[in-house]
Design a binder for this molecule. Structure first.
Ligand code: BG6
Length: 508
């Protein structure tokens, strides 16, 4: 990865004993350390309400690194861990922030660090307001002698009103330039590659509009359930967990106008215009434009899988959705009349994330039509796990006559020798350390996405007749989602069609 080296600083992680720190943040910081991208002087200060000693905290992080990094370099791990520290802080107890301040000052003194600090909120969302307030009460957000930045995890609010309230609380003490709203999908190389595909290749732009594109489809499927996160998920559901941020940001990149430059605001100005142009779904349309579902107990490859309502932390009559499929339009000159379909779900047959651009058929078809009337031309942007680009075109089937078959032009990132795809958090952490907010969500885009989703949340809360369809774990979600996209030739592209005994057969 070619990236800039950051200035000397301290990274304070709230929620340091939680899963995100252990699985993503510490391993990503370690990777940056190995690549020599961290500053010469830095400290990582984990903090939470658990009474860990520094050694206990380091032991936990060491275990995480050994589990997740294949053959980590033992010396480098120890060198990295010697920069990792721990301090108890109770988010709701303002007095404990005094202890945090003293610890920061001590580290600045002993590790020769300037007053540049990132605060990362890897905590439950209900603490996103109180922690910054308590930091500010100690003056820990002031930028007199160095910069201070605040990374706020998603979801930013639960709906438009709570997002506005959270923003109000933050903006009391923090400037907008200090606030980094993270969406790790924007840190994915393949999501950024949407911009490169569109704007570095002259061949796509002339076709990238309502004249040549029939519809756009985005799928983000996971083959696991909510695991240990039932309590969080009950408050969130798939709409808030995946659509409001990850999937809509993918829509933003696919649908935006070319930015004036690659500067942070130039890009963010264009994505926010997309969100503001999404046609609001009216309350009475919700039932027909949005399908929600919840996974049911099933047996997958001989293994019993719990239904969502049996998961730990989940109410036995919960109506929280673990699946959402949604149809909407972007009312602007480029996209007028082109439907966008997005879907996401837990416990689907496989883990895959991809965007499919369906091009329109030719105006007059010269060849025999054996099957579908839909065009064979699709551009499939594979976000993960098999990162790459797939273009489907028609070619002549050898032999007499003019029979057409669809073939694949297929690029896999894995074919680029010696080019590793970095973890999304590596890129985003380093960007924040360098003060680059391009790949972080600006407040207006967060509000615009909530504005779009608010009618859905309202309708689900107030119209008990809108069903939550059950779907057996391991299937592609409720059948009603097929109706949503349906037409004579239209169906969701099922990237992985069949489950076989020895694994998953993928249809490319
Ligand atoms: C997180 C969601 O933001 O993204 C999780 O909270 C989800 O529920 C995860 O599993 C998916 O991320 P990725 O990078 O594995 O696609």
């Amino acid at each position: 990865m070619t990236m800039k080296k950051a200035q000397d600083q301290i990274i304070v992680i709230f929620g340091a004993t939680g899963d995100l720190t252990y699985r993503k943040l510490i391993p990503s910081l370690y990777s940056l350390h190995v690549q020599g991208l961290l500053p010469e002087h830095y400290a990582i200060l984990g903090t939470s309400l658990l009474l860990y000693s520094e050694d206990e905290f380091r032991d936990k992080m060491r275990t995480g690194l050994h589990q997740q990094k294949q053959e980590p370099n033992l010396d480098l791990v120890e060198e990295f861990l010697s920069r990792v520290f721990y301090q108890y802080t109770h988010a709701n107890d303002r007095a404990s922030f005094g202890g945090l301040k003293e610890k920061i000052q001590l580290l600045q003194h002993t590790q020769t660090l300037p007053d540049n600090i990132i605060y990362y909120l890897a905590t439950p969302p209900e603490l996103y307001g109180i922690i910054p307030e308590n930091l500010a009460a100690q003056g820990l957000q002031l930028q007199g002698n160095g910069w201070k930045r605040l990374i706020v995890e998603k979801p930013f609010g639960y709906d438009l009103q709570s997002a506005m309230e959270l923003d109000r609380v933050l903006q009391k003490d923090w400037e907008e330039q200090q606030i980094y709203r993270i969406d790790h999908y924007l840190g994915k190389e393949t999501v950024q590659n949407v911009l490169v595909t569109r704007f570095s290749n002259g061949i796509f732009e002339p076709l990238w509009n309502r004249n040549y594109i029939d519809r756009v489809e985005i799928t983000s499927a996971e083959n696991i359930g909510v695991e240990q996160r039932g309590g969080y998920y009950e408050q969130s559901g798939a709409l808030r967990d995946m659509i409001q941020n990850h999937l809509l940001h993918m829509v933003g990149f696919i649908a935006m106008e070319p930015p004036a430059s690659m500067q942070s605001d130039a890009i963010r100005n264009e994505t926010v215009k997309v969100f503001e142009s999404i046609r609001p779904i009216r309350d009475e349309e919700v039932q027909h434009s949005v399908v929600r579902g919840q996974y049911l107990a099933a047996t997958i490859k001989g293994q019993k899988v719990k239904g969502y309502r049996e998961e730990k932390g989940v109410h036995p009559q919960s109506k929280t959705e673990t699946y959402v499929a949604l149809k909407f339009f972007i009312d602007n000159w480029r996209w007028g009349g082109v439907p966008f379909y997005i879907r996401t779900g837990k416990h689907l047959p496989t883990r895959v994330n991809e965007a499919v651009i369906h091009f329109k058929p030719t105006p007059h078809y010269l060849f025999s039509r054996l099957g579908s009337h839909d065009s064979c031309n699709q551009l499939i942007i594979r976000i993960q796990p098999d990162e790459g680009l797939l273009f489907k075109i028609g070619v002549k089937t050898p032999g007499s006559g003019f029979e057409v078959q669809t073939v694949n032009m297929d690029f896999h990132y894995s074919s680029l020798a010696h080019q590793r795809i970095p973890e999304a958090y590596e890129r985003l952490l380093l960007d924040c350390m360098n003060g680059d907010s391009t790949l972080y969500a600006r407040v207006d885009s967060v509000m615009a996405t909530w504005r779009m989703l608010d009618p859905i949340i309202r309708a689900w809360n107030t119209q008990p007749g809108i069903p939550v369809y059950g779907y057996p774990a391991g299937t592609w979600g409720p059948e009603q989602a097929e109706v949503l996209i349906g037409g004579p030739d239209k169906a969701w592209r099922h990237p992985c069609k069949n489950l076989s005994d020895d694994g998953i057969y993928c249809e490319l």
